[in-house]
Design a protein around this ligand. Structure first.
Ligand code: UDP
Ligand code: MG
Length: 324
């Protein structure tokens, strides 16, 4: 079957994967029966995000007796959100679900999402992580802070604890595809679009095998992209910090002058040094913030694609191209 040839695929399931050789057999063993059981024509779009392990070979093996499995190989590792975007661009289904490769999101819930979208005519169904006790305390706390901040910046339409396990209608997919933004944080763009949405609750399971591909550096990158991609509010922090510093400075000046008038001199070194460090820190933070936004502008004006596809099994040729 060649889904890209225009056959009537009802459901596409996008699975981004990076070095998931350990998790892949378990994923296939659970995803396939879950999708076969729904009883609609489907395709699985496995996006190999430049894996350096045996992920690509395993996928090719799986394809021999799983015709609905389509493999999109990216040229190198572009990151989770870019891999998701690549899958979304290529999926052909009337509905497109996205799910992690490590079975932390239960594939059986996709049927529920599809049924809900059908019944209530929804364009987006979010998977809401009800119970994250399998994640580490650090992961849960940082995720809690992330969602709190993102809801403050992008508005309440972003459900708390909605990860990338979700289902989109063709209309929602086309809306995401139409956005020219190259630095997409797909997770936030979908709620931002404002389509009618519903929720399916699930328990976040333990990673089935292998290790997390999200070290702290990537988490910080995602947080910074999310903040600078959706709000200019941090730029105002500079104004506020400057104002507060100015007021503190005025207070200290009044205090020193009063003390002088009463015959005392304010002892100097420590306060002088702390004051200097404070102003230095404030200026560096503000310069860093400006730098983040300038970096985004820089990337935007370069107009480089978010990812390059090396191979797509549905096209049966080794092609090199960016997003359509
Ligand atoms: N992933 C990816 N590219 C990357 C990092 C991760 O495609 O650069 C995939 C990964 O294979 C998995 C999903 O994104 O399917 C989520 O990653 P992970 O489970 O490591 O993140 P966590 O659940 O620990 O936040
Ligand atoms: Mg995971």
């Amino acid at each position: 079957m060649s889904p890209a040839a225009g056959s009537a695929v009802t459901l596409s399931v996008v699975v981004p994967m990076y070095n998931e050789e350990d998790a892949l057999p378990a994923l296939a063993a659970r995803l396939r029966p879950a999708l076969d059981g729904i009883g609609v024509p489907y395709e699985v779009v496995a996006v190999d995000d430049g894996s350096a392990d045996k992920t690509a070979d395993l996928l090719t093996d799986l394809q021999t007796d799983w015709p609905q499995l389509r493999v999109v190989g990216l040229r190198r590792n572009y990151g989770h959100q870019a891999a998701l975007t690549a899958g979304l661009h290529r999926a052909v289904g009337a509905y497109v679900a996205s799910i992690d490769a490590d079975l932390q999101d239960p594939p059986e819930k996709i049927a529920e999402m599809l049924a809900l979208a059908h019944r209530d005519r929804l364009d987006v169904v979010y998977g809401i992580r009800e119970d994250r006790s399998s994640d580490s305390g650090f992961k849960r706390r940082t995720a809690g802070a992330y969602y709190w901040l993102m809801r403050k910046l992008t508005g309440p339409q972003l459900p708390a604890q909605a990860g990338d396990f979700r289902l989109l209608s063709r209309a929602a997919v086309e809306a995401v595809k139409a956005l020219p933004d190259q630095q997409q944080v797909y997770r936030l763009l979908v709620p931002w679009l404002g389509f009618p949405s519903g929720q399916v609750r699930y328990t976040r399971e333990e990673r089935v095998a292998g290790r997390t591909k999200y070290p702290v550096t990537k988490m910080v990158r995602l947080a910074l992209d999310s903040i600078t991609g959706f709000s200019a509010a941090p730029l105002r922090i500079a104004t506020w910090l400057g104002l507060v510093s100015f007021l503190v400075c005025l207070g200290l000046l009044a205090f020193s002058v009063t003390a002088y008038l009463f015959g005392h001199t304010v002892p100097g070194w420590t306060s002088l040094f702390v004051g200097m460090l404070f102003i230095g820190a404030v200026q560096l933070i503000c310069a860093g913030l400006l730098g983040e936004y300038i970096g985004r502008i820089y990337t935007a004006v370069q107009h480089r694609p978010t990812y390059y596809v090396g191979t797509d099994s549905a096209l049966d040729t080794a092609r090199s191209e960016g997003p359509e």
